[in-house]
Design a protein around this ligand. Sequence first.
Ligand code: GSH
Length: 214
Amino acid sequence: MMTVSAFKWVPPFAQGLVRDLRVRWALEEAGLPYQVRLIDPKVQASADYRALQPFGQVPMLEDEGLVLFESGAIVLHIANKSDALLPANAAGRARAVTWLFAALNSIEIAIQPLAEVDLFFAQEEWAKLRRPGVVEALKKRLGELAASLGEREYLEDRFTAGDLMMVTVLRILRHTDLLDGFPTLKAYKERCEARPAFQRALAAHLETFQQPRA
Ligand SMILES: N[C@@H](CCC(=O)N[C@@H](CS)C(=O)NCC(=O)O)C(=O)O
């Protein structure tokens, strides 16, 4: 059975966003059982964990001796095991993988600076100065994504690992009303979040934080 690492606890602003959610969702879509290794800052800093995840982060995946890190690589690994996440034909698979990379390298890269100025460094003067530029660049990116999505239900002709990754990335904007300016993107995100596999993954992810802290 595969094992995914996750945090024992994170502050409320991060609950529902930590990147183990991507992996849990992929596993749920694929119908693959998994177990969770909960870690804390001490484990994060340990040599043993860093041998598995060089940056001390989550998620890390263990699959019968194979150890992977980076949520994109992990989701792709899981997707390759199931036609629930990737089409059978080579062109369709390549397009889905393209969207998975786009989610991480073209959209998350534009969203992460907003998370930093709003969630991590909100009180810093430089963050207040930087925010308008970050929002402007992000709106441009979201507009381009919305144009590409058009009126379709998914980024391609069916749900794929590319949608899974894109939606987890768009969720990082939940503390803002930015998606209100892009109704088709908002509806797309909500459509994917309504999937039973996502709901199961989210419930399991959040359940951890309800446990008493040791
Ligand atoms: N590029 C990595 C980023 C992983 C990442 O940023 N993980 C966060 C949680 S969402 C983390 O572990 N943060 C704690 C830290 O960096 O020390 C991935 O996609 O897996």
